[in-house]
Design a protein around this ligand. Structure first.
Ligand SMILES: [Zn+2]
Length: 471
């Protein structure tokens, strides 16, 4: 044991015996070797606040995948990687790992008329056909709840579908119903609802901004009509197709190359998702800032890049990456593992950082890890962080429950040791417009980032190598 290690151990014992379970930031800094101390000083409340206040600002509009604001956020991440001195590790020696994806926007204006040519009120569309849809004929009523008993329908059908599910979950339930109607022979669905229903809000959204085509994969139009109106049995309708735009979606990736001839060929990978839910069309605050989810994780990635760039050069390479499309189903990370610009078999561990801005009761400054028993990464990082007073632990509920819920899962499915590191619960502002940065506890978050840094030092230096735990 070196003199400095002994000092850390004594400090840890003193602190655990007499003060709080976690060290204060001042104490951490006072006891490190000078180079490490300098690097830890890069992780401070002013720098953390400066980064997250921008990422979670209203001006970045909730960083919805495919939005202009998301691209600005990605350019900012690339800019910070450049400023920290990271080498580009994306496509064609750039910081971007780009996938072109089709986005759709639904037409807001549709024409539905009765047999006398009188327009009927509609509340928009939840889906349109690939081509312009024109129709003049019968409209039959169907009981959507009893489709199993139906063998065949023809032409346009009308019915209602109520669900307690919200947002994308409600949409996928409706998708199954409409796909069943299509196989039974329906050409379009008139869905009975009201002007202030969730379906109408969803239709407004899909007409106001582009969305990934996976969100509305239907081939026949779904038109919202008033449940109160007396509908005629024959109608004509004219529904334009969706507007389709191909957009570049960007993961952002940079590397601090390792110094050891062999170890530098493999990397430790820090990640977080840059996207959140964007903006909605409802009244009031409609910007889903996603400060905790996951501007806090991206802030950690950027802050750790600064800190490692200022620390003694690592023997292993350290790769830093942010993803698009996590909220739409881990899309950015799935694209990366399908077409990696750093070989997957040479990633020794993926440390994915999710929601670290709001501590749970009794766990201020502490970190829990998903999939704790899949590898010894959490234990190794805890041991390293604990020498500095930090705590990294297995959460009794969330560690198992959330292992498959974030971008680490894309890597784990490809055989990489990959876990998410979090420091809070699914709080009441989760996926709400009130997930704002001024609700985060910056001192807690700063301490969490410092603990991730010291926890990862022995992996960076090659002293330890995470291993899977055999089942
Ligand atoms: Zn998240």
């Amino acid at each position: 044991m070196t003199q400095s290690q002994l000092r850390f151990a004594l400090q840890a014992i003193l602190v655990s015996a007499f003060v709080a379970p976690c060290w204060s930031q001042e104490t951490q800094i006072a006891f490190g070797p000078p180079e490490t101390k300098k690097a830890i000083e890069q992780i401070n409340e002013a720098s953390v606040t400066g980064t997250i206040a921008f990422l979670a600002s209203d001006e970045l509009g909730g960083r919805g995948t495919g939005s202009v604001e998301f691209n600005i956020a990605a350019a900012y991440v690339a800019s910070r990687f450049r400023a920290a001195g990271l080498k580009p590790a994306g496509d064609e020696e750039s910081y971007y790992h780009t996938t072109n994806r089709v986005q759709k926007k639904l037409p807001s204006k549709v024409t539905v008329k009765d047999a006398n040519g009188k327009s009927l009120p509609t509340f928009g569309l939840l889906a349109s056909a690939p081509e312009r849809f024109e129709y003049n004929g019968e409209v039959a009523t169907v009981d959507v709840a009893k489709l199993d008993e139906v063998e065949k329908v023809s032409g346009v059908v009308c019915g209602s579908f109520d669900t307690t599910a919200k947002g994308s979950r409600a949409m996928s339930q409706l998708t199954r119903v409409v796909q069943r109607l299509e196989t039974l022979g329906a050409k379009a669905l008139l869905l009975k609802t009201s002007s202030d229903s969730d379906w109408t809000t969803l239709a407004d959204q899909m007409a106001s901004k582009p969305f990934l085509d996976s969100r509305s994969p239907l081939n026949i139009p779904v038109v919202l009509v008033s449940a109160d109106a007396e509908l005629p049995t024959a109608m004509s309708m004219d529904i334009p197709p969706a507007i389709r735009v191909e957009q570049p979606m960007r993961n952002v990736i940079g590397v601090i190359p390792g110094t050891d001839a062999e170890l530098s060929k493999e990397c430790m990978l820090f990640t977080a998702h840059l996207d959140h839910l964007g903006t909605m069309t409802h009244t009031g605050d409609n910007i889903y800032n996603g400060a905790d989810d996951d501007a806090s994780g991206v802030t950690a990635v950027l802050t750790l890049a600064d800190a490692f760039a200022n620390a003694p050069a690592p023997k292993r390479s350290i790769v830093f990456m942010t993803f698009w499309g996590e909220e739409s189903g881990l899309l950015g990370s799935r694209e990366f593992v399908a077409r990696p610009t750093w070989p997957l078999e040479r990633i020794c561990a993926n440390i994915n950082i999710e929601m670290i801005g709001r501590p749970e009761d009794g766990a201020r400054g502490k970190i829990w890890v998903t999939g704790w028993n899949e590898s010894d990464l959490g234990k190794q990082m805890h041991e390293a962080a604990h020498a500095w007073g930090g705590v990294i632990f297995e959460h009794p509920k969330f560690s198992a429950m959330l292992y498959r819920s974030s971008d680490n899962w894309s890597f784990a499915q490809s055989g990489v040791i990959a876990h998410s590191f979090s420091a809070g619960s699914l709080h009441s502002d989760y996926h709400k417009p009130d997930d704002e940065w001024d609700r985060l506890e910056i001192p807690h978050m700063t301490q969490v980032i410092r603990n991730l840094f010291v926890g990862a030092l022995p992996i960076a230096s090659g002293e330890v190598t995470p291993k899977k735990i055999a089942k």
